[in-house]
Write a protein that binds this ligand. Structure first.
Ligand code: 3HC
Length: 697
């Protein structure tokens, strides 16, 4: 008997139980076990019908992703599903938790499906760069029709049990949480009612009535925008279309061919790297799993501006009360009004109810007095980037906050150790760097100072999870992981324009790579004054930051979207960048002043300079231990800066491009362009020499 799939009879029903924690993924052992258990069920003369059910937290959540990219082992999943579908004994699948991907495909191979009310079903393969490869594209549309199947398969979104019932994906939905009892009752009734096997492959009415419909071309046209740059969503449409143009067995063959095309695509590798990395970042090397975590039941936030307000919303959204502090009533009122407006907008879009708007607003209490923070468990300071101001605030917090409170700064660049030095408890001080808009962006870069205690590190990682962020723990240095790399890219982008590229050419290279926006459109969004102020501060500190045409923009008050003019122009109420000839003139003038003769710059040079400077910096970040693993950097960039997940993050992308070639180009730029940013990282040099990758570290 397989250890992971068990067969036992209960009364007249043969029960096949999968028990393969954590999510009952369809590993080789599970697939083999499923076939063995089916054989036993068939041979058991006293079993009038069979029930497929899972132990643990969920029904089968899909194929075993860890097996992808390895040589396939028989039996394959399509074969297992076919054996279940072809069974002469009726098989009922009872679903709890999530029936996803291969899990739903297995359930679709069963003859009837009953789900708990709390269950969800979906075919999320597209999120991994794949398509459902065990009959999902052929069976689902036979139950739902083309439109619903296309939506589910191209978005990967889950359907609730109720929605699944309404669309024919499941046959019944039951209350309660005893999935086995629900399944047994359904199977016993099926026997009593004389319900024989009903095979989805033979359900033809929907495919027949929608044959020849133009829904597929329409759907493809819609995807051009929604799935820009992606490979598998289009293959999903091809596969679903095959269900409407080919007999079932040929449709299955077509699905397999398309599945293999996706499997071999680099996007599949990138997306699966992203999937596992997103989960790996919470397991911090050197931070023991059993590190105690402090209870966080109340939060104080300093600053009700865009950042502070967005941060407050994260906590209110999960029911944690917030005290929001400003020094002036007017600023407090303004901040609260913006938070309310954001919530009202979500309610208008139907994402939350009006009652939830009020509940969440009631959790955010305004205050003008630091003394009110005496009992909070966590404070997050979110005022503007000025070390003097921050130190003063932390000095005050040190006097007021109770012992054991976590004292966090939302600084995006500044030295956490220096901030901590303003307190008598540097072990409680930490960075919690949210990304703007903080109520939307998924990344939380938690920054450890040299004295931050393990308990505080574990606490900020845990609270990040509670407020539904993807949290990455990083070390302390200027700009930490994300902004340190971004600053290098930004400086290089500005220089490329100094030398002859146009801002829109630079931006296009980046959007062609898959970024949602280019460097300059991003500066317009963030505000050109932000970078300008940082450059000015660094100049004051004696750093050699060359003059640039962007400084001129800032000095002219062209601060980006907020002034409707930055590197681009913006029409009233629009976020669409429009090229402005006045900026071309300003750049031309700047070049003249600096004695630069502009030259033709290729897209390849832009790509190499913008990206390799980041990779080189990323390698230095690894070398210095600021990031523990290359995958931490990848996740920072995917969730904080919109790096295309299908390219797996910058360090994964670098591995695909080739470390040796990147190293050689970095060296060439060091020789020709000079500058510390091009000094090859010794890690990059070593990896190139040894023929290794960042992923191998
Ligand atoms: N294969 C292997 N491991 C998986 C897995 C899978 N399909 N799904 C989840 N896991 C692992 C995770 O990596 C994690 O491992 P860890 O504890 O070592 O980090 C563990 O299971 C728990 O996962 P989560 O932390 O994500 O747990 P949640 O409870 O938050 O979420 C879930 C559970 C909703 C099932 C979520 O894990 C998920 O969305 N999984 C992926 C589902 C999926 O994409 N299925 C389709 C697979 S492709 C396929 O089926 C191809 C077929 O058509 C041929």
């Amino acid at each position: 008997m397989s250890e992971v799939v068990n067969y036992q009879r209960q009364g007249s029903i043969g029960v096949i139980t999968v028990n393969y924690p954590p999510v009952n993924a369809l590993s080789h052992a599970v697939r083999s076990g499923l076939l063995d258990a089916l054989k036993q069920g068939q041979a058991d003369a006293d079993a009038k019908a069979l029930l497929l059910v899972c132990d643990g937290r969920t029904f089968v959540a899909g194929a075993d992703i860890t097996e992808f990219g390895k040589p396939p082992q028989s039996p394959g999943l399509p074969e297992v599903v076919a054996e279940y579908e072809n069974s002469e004994k009726t098989i009922v699948a009872a679903i709890h938790g999530t029936a996803l991907g291969g899990g739903l495909e297995l359930a679709l191979g069963c003859h009837y499906r009953v789900a708990l009310e709390s269950a969800k079903v979906g075919l999320p393969e597209v999120k991994l760069g794949l398509l459902p490869g065990a009959g999902g594209t052929q069976r689902l549309p036979r139950l739902t029709g083309a439109q619903k199947a296309l939506e589910m398969i191209t978005t990967g979104d889950f359907a609730s049990a109720k929605d699944a019932l309404a669309n024919g994906i499941v046959d019944a939905v039951e209350a309660g949480d005893d999935v086995k009892a629900v399944g047994l009752a359904y199977a016993e009734k099926a026997v009593a009612d004389g319900k024989g096997p009903r095979r989805v492959r033979d359900v033809e009415d929907k495919v027949a009535s929608e044959k020849g419909s133009d829904i597929f071309s329409q759907f493809r046209a819609g995807l051009e925008k929604k799935a820009r740059g992606l490979f598998s969503p289009f293959k999903c449409v091809d596969a679903v279309e095959a269900a409407f143009t080919l007999p079932f067995d040929e449709g299955m063959k077509r699905e397999r061919e398309l599945f293999m095309e996706c499997m071999e695509s680099p996007q599949r590798a990138g997306l699966i790297h992203s999937f596992f990395s997103e989960r790996q970042v919470s397991k911090v090397p050197g931070l023991p799993k059993d590190t105690p975590v402090r209870d966080i039941n109340s939060v104080g936030i300093i600053g009700a501006g865009t950042m502070g307000g967005g941060i407050a919303m994260n906590f209110a959204n999960v029911g944690i009360p917030v005290l929001l502090l400003e020094l002036k009533q007017e600023a407090l009122d303004k901040g609260l009004a913006i938070i309310r407006r954001n919530y009202e907008n979500s309610a208008k879009k139907g994402r939350i109810t009006q009652a939830q708007v009020e509940e969440r607003m009631a959790l955010i209490k305004p205050t003008l007095a630091y003394e009110d923070f005496s009992d909070v468990d966590l404070v997050i300071e979110a005022v503007f980037e000025n070390m003097g101001v921050k130190k003063e605030i932390f000095g005050t917090l040190d006097k007021i906050c109770k012992q054991g409170a976590v004292l966090a700064s939302n600084t995006s660049t500044l030295d956490i150790d220096e901030i901590a030095s303003a307190t008598t408890r540097p072990e409680d001080v930490v960075g919690m760097h949210f990304f703007s808009p903080a109520n939307v962006m998924k990344l939380l870069e938690n920054v450890c100072g040299s004295k931050t205690s393990n308990e505080v590190k574990a606490t900020v990682m845990a609270i990040g999870k509670r407020i539904k962020k993807v949290s990455v723990l990083v070390g302390n240095c200027y700009g930490f992981v994300g902004n340190r790399m971004l600053h290098q890219r930004g400086a290089e982008a500005i220089k490329l324009v100094n030398e002859g590229a146009s801002p829109q050419q630079v931006d296009k290279v980046l959007t062609d790579l898959g970024f949602p926006m280019g460097q300059f459109a991003m500066s317009d969004l963030a505000g050109i004054d932000v970078g300008y102020r940082i450059r000015e501060e660094r100049r004051k500190a004696g750093e050699d930051i060359p003059a640039s045409w962007m400084d001129k923009l800032a000095e002219q008050g062209r601060l980006g979207q907020k002034t409707q003019a930055g590197t681009y122009l913006y029409e009233e109420g629009s976020r669409k960048p429009v090229v402005d000839p006045a900026v071309d003139e300003l750049i031309a003038e700047f070049r003249k002043e600096q004695g630069i003769t502009p030259r033709e710059i290729t897209d390849q040079e832009i790509l190499e300079r913008c990206m390799y400077v980041m990779i080189n910096e990323g390698a230095k970040i690894l070398e210095e231990g600021i990031a523990a693993r290359a995958l931490d950097i990848d996740i920072v960039w995917i969730y904080g800066y919109g790096f295309p997940a299908y390219r797996g993050g910058p360090m994964f992308w670098a591995d695909q491009v080739g470390i040796e070639s990147i190293y050689n180009t970095v060296r060439k730029f060091h020789d020709t362009l000079g500058g510390d940013q091009w000094k090859p990282s010794s890690l990059l040099e070593r990896l190139a020499g040894e023929g290794k990758t960042f992923g191998s570290l």
